[in-house]
Design a protein. Structure first.
Length: 148
């Protein structure tokens, strides 16, 4: 069918609607995988992630979070965190957050950094005690982006 016959058979609005419809169906897939979570950690336990978005799992598997030492935690996923493909946005610009409880006010910070192709290191720091510490992460947002 020539384009002229197609234009005669459909109105401009219908053609625009069809273009929009087919563009949305055949839109290119994003060229990255993303992991967004709220991190929590208490006492000597490994951190837990409340997953907000995770497009990693289908392709790479699940990130396993472990406690290494006081205030130091590893997120492990084999071969995924390569330097040339990893982007770690800094939470809240500085990584700072305020932790409040019923008994005290305490300021803490956290950071997430690449340790190797297999490991991301999440650290939590108690600013009041001036040291790495547990029980600081309380719904701390993290975002990990890996480009294909």
């Amino acid at each position: 069918m020539s384009l002229g016959i197609f234009k005669k058979a459909f109105s401009t609005v219908q053609i625009d609607n069809l273009k929009s419809y087919f563009s949305s169906i055949f839109a290119p897939l994003p060229n990255y995988k993303i992991y967004r979570a709220l991190m929590n950690q208490s006492s000597g336990n490994a951190p837990t992630a409340t997953i907000l978005e995770n497009t990693f799992e289908a392709k790479y598997g699940r990130i396993v979070w472990t406690r290494v030492d006081k205030g130091i935690y590893y997120g492990t996923l084999t071969g995924v965190f390569t330097t040339s493909k990893l982007f770690l946005p800094n939470p809240n610009g500085s990584g700072s957050f305020i932790l409040r409880s019923t008994s005290f006010d305490s300021t803490g910070t956290y950071s997430i950094n690449r340790k190797s192709d297999n490991i991301l290191e999440l650290r939590s720091y108690n600013s009041t005690l001036n040291q790495l510490d547990d029980s600081i992460l309380n719904n701390a947002p993290i975002e990990i982006i890996v480009y294909n």
